[in-house]
Design a protein around this ligand. Structure first.
Ligand SMILES: [Zn+2]
Length: 150
């Protein structure tokens, strides 16, 4: 293991401890993969990444770890359909574009989420539904994201 990897593990252990997550070896290994860059992964994508990195952990551990990271505020759940759950390693407030052809998810940071929340609250008020909006997630579905993001 080189010095950079050691530093990253130390940083990862500190991060997990700061969220009251016991830094067990599998959790640190999984966190190192998940938080190496901002990414959107399904549990299956993550399991594949873990196998590619020659890390031995059971599926159950992966699911438990994902759950612990969500509870600790390190990951955000994105339901891109009622049956498809994606984990976002970027927990900052942002929206997404889903490329319907490739399944690729792209972050949209310049959308004013607060305005969207207000708009949704106003619509609910009109329908006499007294809910307090805590978060809003919108997927802009597109055929291709290339032209939008260049
Ligand atoms: Zn995202």
């Amino acid at each position: 293991m080189n010095q950079t990897e050691q530093f990253d593990r130390k940083k990862t252990i500190k991060l997990l401890r700061s969220r009251n997550i016991a830094p067990t070896r599998p959790r640190v290994d999984i966190a190192a993969i998940l938080f190496s860059k901002p990414q959107h992964v399904s549990a299956d994508d993550l399991i594949e990444l873990i196998r590619k990195n020659n890390i031995q952990v059971s599926r159950a551990t992966v699911y438990n770890t994902l759950s612990a990271f969500v509870d600790g505020g390190l990951l955000k759940k994105l339901f891109i359909s009622p049956t498809v759950l994606i984990y976002d390693s970027n927990t900052e407030n942002h929206q997404h574009i889903l490329n319907e052809e490739t399944g690729e998810i792209t972050d949209l940071h310049d959308i004013d989420s607060e305005s969207l929340k207000e708009l949704a609250a106003l619509q609910l008020q009109k329908m006499d539904i007294p809910l307090k909006i805590t978060d809003i997630q919108i997927f802009f579905k597109a055929k291709s994201t290339n032209s939008i993001l260049q």
